[in-house]
Design a protein around this ligand. Structure first.
Ligand code: GDP
Length: 521
């Protein structure tokens, strides 16, 4: 198979959802339909459900939440799907945002009883800014939820993408319901399998047979479905949204989701770079780090860099160039499967994820490329808008050196952002995060991994806006304002709240405060 064919049969996706919408259940349902062929990191099994529990970090176990991201690789016919996991907890949405830079399509999972929840909306906005196509899967249709039309109206109004149907529900949840295939008019009738551990029983009914079987419900479903266009696979992907209904728990509608990913989600293609030109998918190997993970194995405090392959073939043992330093990086120990059971990756193609170990000198956003091909730099990882701030200092001043080294590492991995305030100086940096649990991870790792216990003082700011360095002095004395510099040199005004930002706009018309984009690109 040529490199181009390998790329063409791949789809790299992530599921975006609010906690409890069914992401873990959908991942397991996909695993029932398609064959799991590889795993990077560990699937976050919950409770005693199947799945490899990612328990490498003590804190994860204590809290019962998943902090890390991982990737699963499935085969479905000729298709190879890379499913990049995203942390469920909203406090780690910064991780999720970074994962979204590495996918070509997202599946937006919606709980049919709850509609578009806040976390889902936020993640959709990140997809919109990056032009990531989004497929909507309305889940839990096996139990009473909201009206299908009402749900679609809500989604469409708020997200501004044209809904195009793949399936439409017939009847409301219970032990039996159907999915109307918008392209053929056939109805797939399902009987729920007890517990959802097996595929639900399915019958395919012609339109006439469906009318007989479902009666009024079938007629109504047809009338409703006719209000919306069926999915046009050639439609511009960023302006439409394929809509599917189903129940991940009963494995209902999941096959249609796989088919939509196959037919509609884009395959890895040529990729924008920092220069004007795109990197052709079939040129020499290149990729970028979208996630760093440390301490996977408590005995070896190793650093793993997850790399999304953008072009070419990755072969284990290759010596790559690390773009920011132009140094060589050996990939002898590249992994496709890790966690407890490690397996070595021999080869990977565009869209795939490889884990590089001994990656302590890599950082999120870094480009790697084959020095035998042309050099390339992919755009830097966007910096996301922090909402929580805390000043950090080392508990025991004799650990100052470890403190500095540990902080450098955490910033490099993207665990927290670090801001330096003139008031406090280098030794007392301000940590900034999207979610406060990021502070707990930082604190835990500083003590247990770097041997420097830290003290955090929560600061009363909730907004950071960009300000020109020369304007900063005219507002730095105001109550509820502190000026700090980000690692990339940008000057930020940390503000008590958004109302203060607005009032400064009125009282200091000469000072321009610019909101940070959640995604700077
Ligand atoms: P996550 O937090 O998004 O990973 O959600 P989970 O996959 O853990 O699901 C949350 C809850 O919803 C669990 O109790 C699931 O059993 C349940 N659930 C998920 N999908 C379905 C579904 O299709 N139907 C029903 N009835 N329950 C579901």
């Amino acid at each position: 198979m040529t490199l181009y064919e390998q790329a063409a049969r791949r789809r790299t996706i992530a599921v975006i959802s609010h906690p409890d919408a069914g992401k873990s259940t959908l991942t397991e349902a996909l695993a029932l339909h398609a064959q799991v062929i590889g795993e990077a990191g560990a699937v976050h099994g919950k409770g005693n459900r199947s799945g490899v529990v990612s328990d490498w970090l003590e804190m994860e176990q204590k809290r019962g939440i998943s902090i890390t991201s991982a990737a699963l690789q499935f085969a479905w016919g000729d298709l190879v799907i890379n499913l990049l996991d995203t942390p469920g907890h909203a406090d780690f949405s910064e991780d999720t945002y970074r994962v979204l830079t590495a996918v070509d399509c997202a599946v937006m999972l919606i709980d049919s009883a709850k509609g578009l929840e806040p976390q889902t909306y936020k993640l959709f906005e990140v997809c919109r800014r990056r032009n990531v196509p989004v497929i909507a899967f309305i889940n839990k249709w096996d139990r009473p939820g909201r009206e299908a039309l009402e749900l679609i109206d809500e989604i469409t109004d708020r997200l501004d993408r044209e809904p195009q149907l793949v399936t439409w529900p017939v009847g409301i949840g219970g032990s039996e319901f159907g999915l109307l295939d918008a392209a053929t008019g056939d109805v797939h009738a399902y009987r729920k399998a007890p517990g959802g551990a097996h595929l639900a029983e399915e019958d395919t009914l012609s339109p006439a047979a469906a009318d007989e079987h479902f009666g009024e419900d079938a007629l109504r479903a047809r009338e409703e479905a006719e209000l919306l266009p069926a999915l046009d696979s050639d439609a511009p992907k960023a302006s439409v949204m394929p809509i599917l209904f189903g129940a991940a728990l009963g494995n209902i509608g999941v096959r249609q989701l796989l088919a939509t990913v196959d037919q509609w989600a884009p395959a890895p293609g040529d990729r924008p770079t920092q220069s004007e030109t795109e990197r052709p998918v079939d040129s020499a190997f290149s990729g970028f780090v979208f996630k760093m993970q440390a301490g996977m194995d408590p005995k070896h405090r190793d650093h793993v860099a997850y790399v999304r392959v953008c072009s070419g073939t990755f072969e284990r043992g290759m010596i790559l160039t690390h773009e920011p330093t132009k140094r060589a990086f050996a990939t002898k120990y590249a992994l496709s499967i890790f966690g407890r059971d490690r397996e070595v990756a021999e080869r990977a193609y565009p869209g795939d994820v490889v884990g590089l170990v001994n990656a302590a000198n890599l950082a999120v956003g870094d480009t790697l490329y084959d020095p035998d091909g042309p050099a390339v730099t992919f755009p830097p990882m966007p910096v996301f808008e922090p909402e929580h701030f805390a000043a950090a200092r080392v508990a025991d001043p004799s650990d100052a050196k470890k403190f500095r080294r540990g902080m450098d590492k955490l910033v490099q991995e993207g665990v927290v952002q670090r801001l330096i305030s003139e008031l406090r100086g280098d030794g007392n940096p301000i940590l900034a995060a999207v979610g406060p649990l990021q502070f707990e991870v930082a604190s835990h790792r500083m003590e247990h991994e770097f041997g420097a216990r830290i003290v955090l003082d929560t600061l009363p700011y909730s907004v950071a806006q960009q300000v020109a360095a020369e304007d900063a002095t005219s507002i730095s004395h105001l109550a509820g304002v502190e000026i700090a510099r980000r690692h990339d040199g940008v000057t930020l005004a940390l503000l008590r709240d958004i109302y203060l930002a607005r009032s400064i706009g009125r009282t200091h018309p000469d000072v321009t405060l610019t909101p940070l984009l959640a995604d700077a690109s």
